[in-house]
Ligand binder design. Sequence first.
Ligand code: FCB
Length: 468
Amino acid sequence: MDGARTFPRDFLWGSATASYQIEGAAAEDGRTPSIWDTYARTPGRVRNGDTGDIATDHYHRWREDVALMADLGLGAYRFSLAWPRIQPTGRGPAVQKGLDFYRRLVDELLAKGIKPVATLYHWDLPQEIEDGGGWPERVTAERFAEYAALAADALGDRVTTWTTLNEPWCSAFLGYGSGVHAPGRTDPVAALRAAHHLNLAHGMAVEALRDRLPTGGQCSVTLNIHHVRPLTDDPADADAVRRIDALANRVFTGPMLQGEYPEDLLKDTATLTDWSFVRDGDLRQINQPLDFLGVNYYTPTLVSEAGSTGSHTSDGHGNSSHSPWPAADKVAFHQPPGDTTAMGWAVDPTGLYDLLRRLASDFPRLPLVITENGAAFDDYAGPDGQVNDPGRIAYLRGHLAAVHQAIADGADVRGYFLWSLLDNFEWAHGYSKRFGTVYVDYPTGTRIPKASARWYSEVARTGVLPGA
Ligand code: FCB
């Protein structure tokens, strides 16, 4: 039996959501379509034809949702701002009604003692910006910096902790490479160009935020750092790990945290591009000091040299005949061993432990915050109206134990945000995957805290992970 584990006193306990996944009200108060509205309305893109038109109706139920968070004893809430709600065409002045929604939300959070953590971009690019070329074009980074300035001007007095981008890997490589995310393009060069302009957007936005936030304001970015493991100890598999690590992780951490693109990445992709879209001064602008790095982790990635051994499965990022990994045809992806969640993702907390230890060693002075971790299961309300989700509790317990151990072994982890507060629109999976600790009955919008919500509430209130 495992003993109880006590977390540091000021450890931040929260839950996370994202605008398109929960808000709904897609055409209200001046909001215009984002690339996800367009993508979801395109037949065949999203399971069951689901869209975010209504989602969990958080745009109308925000007060109830904040009350729920307060009941659950959460110390912090990570949410994202919808760019097309604030600056509908991606240019020009801000729409006050859009900003008012977030002002009200934040004021309510603060009134309940919940720390707001705002993400500027969780994938809902205004469609007009995509029509002008989207993330593969430099102008999108410039537009993003303007939007960041508008958001900080309006909310910087009450939101002190900001994240520029959520998982730019998905925006670039799933959005423009494999096409399983909006805008659904399948062009490896566009994906690499998008990665660079997302990096640039991050750097420019941090500058805009720093100019506007009061002293003590915190800036960060959230990356879904892939924990990549080799299938065997064959050197060819080690090289597959290196290649995927470059395309998944170092393409962002290199410029953002070290001011350069990794040499091996440039070499690996040289047949596709000479990277001449990187202009003088870009790397300096991207490499901004950050107050912490946001880390999203769900499952490890297992790779080998293609053809070396055994089966060859999807990389866990959806089914497409186009790879999200430019110039990596010689890499095979394998299903990691162990139980899986409803996403088919292997449950493996050691991946989180190893990842945190690696980041602590690669970037020793940079505090870490887990900005997403959680699991989808096929939850349902029983005849008594309760939702029992022991699988999720076991997942959370295992991963929190890994975080605790990583801290004990020297990783500077400051907080943990569970994905997700509510069941929501899970991108290409629509509403078929439930990640919430609170169940949402979509036809009525009714919220039912699952057993995991009560369990997590106790951990968040006490800062103690109970023994198993
Ligand atoms: C992450 C996304 C988040 C959610 C989880 C399951 O990649 O940031 O919006 O969909 O996966």
